[in-house]
Write a protein that binds this ligand. Sequence first.
Ligand SMILES: Cc1ncc(COP(=O)(O)O)c(C=O)c1O
Length: 401
Amino acid sequence: MSRALANPGLISLAAGFVDQNTLPVGPTQTVLQELMADDAAARTALQYGTTPGYPPLRDALLDMAMQADPGRSISRDQVVVTAGSNQLLHLVAETLLNPDDIVLCASPTYLVFLGTAANLGARTFGVETDNAGMIPAALEDSLRRLQQAGELPRVKAVYLVPYFDNPTGASLTVERRRQIVEIANRWSLETRIHVIADEAYRELRYTVDDTPGVRSFDEDGETVIVAGTFSKSFSPGVRIGWGILPPHLAEPVCAAKGNIDFGSPNLCQHLMARVLDGGLYQPHVATVRAGYHEKLNAMLAAASEHLQPLPGVSWLEPAGGLYVWLTLPEDMNAGAGGELFDTAIEEGVLYVPGEHCFSKEGQPAQHHTIRLSFGVQSPAGIEKGIAALARAIARCSVAVP
Ligand SMILES: Cc1ncc(COP(=O)(O)O)c(C=O)c1O
């Protein structure tokens, strides 16, 4: 961030911000005007709310969750509204994890969650992935290794971003979702191993249909925690996230939240409830999808043109989300301390070094990886940024013997 601020001409393909141009100014204006025109409703919205959230919004989230993953029914008590899904992840981590407890994560994974766990003194253990997400056999293997080391009782959760992962863009296949819940249940020998399904990008699909969520495979409803958010599909400024929790976790998570804020910003919850109730959400999501689809195509086309000719450079083609994951020749260090990062800045582009997205234990960090985001730049900016990155890689390839 500081490098970008110091170099205003730099094209940032780094931050996972959302597109400035598709932010929902119109729908927000409409519902806020309606809300403020109704004196009683306005006064309620401008007052404190309740810890688990505004009941009509929780009901709407419940309906959305049941429509997305019909089957086992859930109750309003299991739905908690949070200030973004990061808060939900934090509350869940705080509830489940004691110092030295272990969370098994895809390798690589969402770097903020790694920080959340580390802040609590917990350990993250990377499990091998391929272009279809976490590999169930590798998860089983990791559990076996931890059992042999006498550490199985410390394993409290598996953390997944099943749709269009941050950072890799990969989606976990439906069969793997089923297998991972089954493995977590089978290995819950001394303590329950929960599965945290972070669905931040579920709505951001461009070339595929929706698929059954991890919660669909939770037969007793006690294993899977879903984290959702309107940040990517509507607005991060409104910052409303939520959790669908197993019944036994609803009370402790709300107790933790009560000690922090006794309820997320009430006005934003009333706003989102009206957006959903007024049928303004889905049309907005359609606009957002169309915009990002065009940007993804721009990034993939630029990658084919500028990166394809470079030996040893490859990338995953995501069907949604905001990220493209790039792998470079193994001897090239794309990390913040390596030559490529500075060369890329000289050429005019900023990226996130992939090395930040790896757990401390389990799989080793891959220093020859890069996370690119196509969320913020225009298609022309994306093309320019990828061309600059290609020049930087070519310059550093010359330097590598
Ligand atoms: C995988 C993942 N989970 C959660 C979040 C948090 O989003 P928010 O707290 O805005 O809901 C992000 C944001 O980038 C993300 O990439």
